[in-house]
Ligand binder design. Structure first.
Ligand SMILES: Cc1cc2nc3c(=O)[nH]c(=O)nc-3n(C[C@H](O)[C@H](O)[C@H](O)COP(=O)(O)OP(=O)(O)OC[C@H]3O[C@@H](n4cnc5c(N)ncnc54)[C@H](O)[C@@H]3O)c2cc1C
Length: 486
């Protein structure tokens, strides 16, 4: 483990696309600590398959069309100011990725092979096979590791934070030991909240820690109940993390089938399998009620096997490991939690209402997505607004004094672990009550039970280990989601 200083100018909690990109845009004279809860490659950014949307040297496309598609997907509830920034600054950040050495697929003419996804009226998705996120993160981490002013600390959990007169004191859990580090600026880039659900496409780090800590610091949390459910996650029923079968597979002609192996989308939407993901998720739940079965399949076995393998190598190999050959047979799928549109409320420079506290990436709410995210807009949002956070900190840091105040965290000496099963119950409550079609009748009961669990977590002096911290974050997020719905 790297040695840590007592203080840094900036602490960035999260080393996914948003955290790394912020670090890369901070001035070189600022000392930066970049945290990752586990290994830096374990995050939602690394899982992104489809690509990153943007208008960059794209004849026949323009930023108004991109903005319009985003508005349609978002049911016209998007924030007009941040949306305009997103689409108009996309080109500079995609170009920057290329300068960092990120590889995007090209066609035979040497031009970028932009692809199409549901809800986009033009081919504007830059992608690297079906592993775009991993390729972007590879490039960003490689650049970040070269920065002499940035210390990357993996396996380091931000557990608590408090405001001081000069910024923040941040408590970190490393190797079962707590350390306090002070900073002038704190950036939350902790990603999504998928682990609040039983079934999610999100990585294990997605427990909403940054949202919980920002809430404790007094930041406004907005639209946490705006959650996107992806219709086609691989359903192997044995693991919480559901491997995503990208929308692009339906884009290439895959059919959806019910428990009787019949196509069924014609009952629900004229666009059939190409309807937006929320419509398809909805249709699957209604169809499961009609047939009385949760068995659903995605089927692309009628397409050329070599083309399917070449276009979706990661998905093909991953499914093969699970015993399914995508080119030959239908594969079981079911909707699951995928993406959070809401989060820590920020302005167009990623500033929260707490002085010197910033948030970017999936944990932040910029309002760009409105009530539903357009495919491939989230990596873009992570880049555009983390860069803007860094640029704003660059300006603000000109006025800071070199002094660092230190806050004292209440020591926790308890050794009793939190009761077994709390996290399982939390996930079950959300899964059963606030999934694709909310169980509105039972929401008050669900909310009351979450409130009891929060009190149980808070009232006793439990051992402050990772299990406790994540349970606290998950309970806070579950509470804020249901509170918005009552
Ligand atoms: C399967 C899948 C496919 C997707 N496909 C696409 C796509 O094709 N296009 C697209 O635009 N978007 C896609 N998305 C969404 C997109 O990947 C994410 O929204 C985006 O990558 C989030 O980036 P981030 O930096 O905010 O979070 P992440 O990449 O998740 O990074 C979060 C970081 O925070 C750290 N962290 C968390 N808690 C703590 C803590 N307490 N202490 C210290 N560190 C902490 C983690 O360790 C991690 O480093 C997909 C998401 C998934 C799950």
């Amino acid at each position: 483990m790297v040695n840590l200083e007592q203080n840094y100018d900036v602490i960035i909690a999260g080393a996914g696309a948003a955290g790394c990109y912020a670090a890369l845009h901070l001035p070189a004279n600022l000392r930066v600590l970049l945290l990752s809860k586990r290994e830096a490659t374990l995050c939602n950014s690394a899982l992104a398959q489809g690509g990153i949307a943007g208008v960059w040297n794209s004849p026949g496309d323009n930023i108004e069309l991109h903005a319009n598609d985003t508005r349609i997907a978002g049911a016209f509830t998007n924030n007009p100011k941040t949306l305009q920034i997103l689409v108009s600054e996309a080109a500079q950040d995609i170009e920057q990725l290329v300068e960092y050495g990120v590889d995007f697929d090209k066609n035979e003419d040497g031009d970028y092979d932009r692809t199409l996804e549901g809800g986009h009226c033009r081919r504007r998705i830059f992608h690297y096979r079906d592993s775009t996120g991993a390729e972007i993160l590879r490039g960003l981490l490689a650049q970040t590791r070269n920065l002499p002013n940035v210390t990357i600390s993996e396996f380091t959990v931000m557990s608590r934070a408090m405001q001081t007169e000069t910024g923040f004191s941040v408590e970190l859990l490393r190797d079962n030991t707590f350390t306090t580090v002070d900073c002038h600026f704190l950036i939350m880039a902790t990603g999504g909240i998928g682990r609040v659900y039983e079934y999610t496409t999100n990585s294990a780090i997605a427990t909403g820690d940054g949202i919980r800590i920002a809430y404790e610091l007094g930041a406004r949390i907005k639209n946490l109940s705006l959650i996107q459910f992806h219709p086609t996650a691989f359903n192997n029923k044995h693991t919480r993390e559901c491997f995503l079968i990208s929308e692009a597979v339906r884009g290439e002609g895959a059919y959806l089938r019910n428990c009787n192996m019949e196509r069924f989308m014609q009952r629900y939407d004229d666009r059939l399998e190409l309807a937006p993901r929320d419509v398809v998720s909805h249709a699957i739940i209604l169809e499961s009620r009609r047939t009385g079965s949760n068995d659903f399949w995605i089927d692309i076995s009628h397409k050329d096997p070599e083309e399917v393998k070449a276009r979706f190598p990661k998905i093909y190999n991953k499914l093969l490991e699970q015993g399914y050959d995508l080119t030959k047979e239908p594969v079981p799928i079911y909707p699951c939690q995928h993406y959070l549109m809401g989060g820590i409320d920020v302005n167009s420079n990623a500033q929260t209402r707490v002085d010197r506290l910033y948030a970017c990436g999936e944990c932040a709410h910029t309002g760009v997505h409105g009530s539903n995210r357009l495919a491939s807009n989230s990596l873009l949002e992570a880049l555009v607004f983390s860069r803007r956070a860094a640029q704003e900190i660059a300006k603000e840091s000109e006025d800071i004094t070199p002094r660092f105040a230190r806050g004292e965290f209440k020591p926790v000496t308890a050794t009793e672990p939190i009761p077994h099963g709390i996290r399982t119950e939390l996930r079950k409550i959300l899964q059963e009550n606030y999934f694709v079609i909310p169980n509105t009748e039972n929401l008050p009961n669900a909310y009351n039970r979450i409130t009891e669990l929060i009190q149980l977590i808070a009232c006793e002096d439990w051992k402050m280990d990772l299990d406790y911290l994540e349970a606290k974050s998950q309970a806070t997020c579950a509470y804020l989601i249901l509170e918005e719905q009552l």
